[in-house]
Design a protein around this ligand. Sequence first.
Ligand SMILES: [Zn+2]
Length: 371
Amino acid sequence: MKVVYTGRHRAHIPGDVIENGITRPSRDVPQRMDALLRAVYSLGHDVIEADDHGTSPLAAVHSKAYLAFLATAYRDWQRLGLAGRVVPAAFETRPEAYCDEWSPIAKSGFHLRDQITPIGEGTWSAAYWAAQTALTAAALIKEGENQAYAMCRPSGHHAGPDFGGGATYLNNAAIAARFLARDFGRVAIIDIDVHHGNGTQEIFWDDPDVFFASIHRSPEAFYPHFTGSQKETGGSAAPNGILNVPLPARAGDAAFVQGIETCLAGVLEHKPGVIVVSLGFDALSTDPCTGLSVSEPSFETVGQRIGAIDKPILLVQEGGYDLVNLQGVAQRFLRGFCSAESQAHNPIRSAGNSFASRQALTPLKTPVAMR
Ligand SMILES: [Zn+2]
């Protein structure tokens, strides 16, 4: 499998952030990518550098005003004589209230939804190249690759049409999905990050071509707090285009795998030409997000299940913050994802195996030389 990566993410160093009244170091540190790179190299995947696809695919998802804000916020903040990073102090999120003449402080309170998503000197560059990483991997799918993995940092799934939040700025998965929709028509996104992908949901709320399924810890007292319930099923132009599977805190392996099955059934019902996976590893039991208490072996099962679907699949990196175990869980998922076909054909592994017994749901992939 081809993996797309660029070291340009290192320019983004969030530093300390404030959440729920507590100041703490951001969990989105560059070392996350080092752990994921070790996983990718240990499995022998090809790593290639991201190409520049320009700003128009970004503008197909995000508003002009928001992109301009991201690109200039840090510079304008400094010009105002403010020290440090761009962090909002007051919030006004009603769309009708927006004013282009606002100060950078006011704009930050419109475009950034929390205080864990600071903009520093290197944030725009890193976010831009994370989106380009997703686009480069999506272009590989367009060129005929069955699977590709975009190692994006910062992540993207909390970023909406005109806002960032949850340590995300540009919605990499959504940008890739819309880019792929030009060629594939119908696209499905499955989001297995422990947090609800509120930005992705909002972007595709009324888009009948893109189906969005998300499994996550219930938003009750958990980020992003306001969205992610089963009642949210899509707008009038795209009824049932959203499928949320919220789970109780520390739901564990069986509930997680079963919830993924529910999401996949919805994904296949949409009959997509291509699937995008918002790939978070923060449901892991040892992750500091303490969301769903999922074990490493279950990530391998989930990787197998997703990898066995007979569609082109693009993996886009989202969360995952346990620096000690991130390499291991990524190896598990990727091993399952890339070996799904041989797993399914092994009669010993198949006997009485719930993964194998569900293969009737979808045909298997045809063999490819490089998985
Ligand atoms: Zn997350």
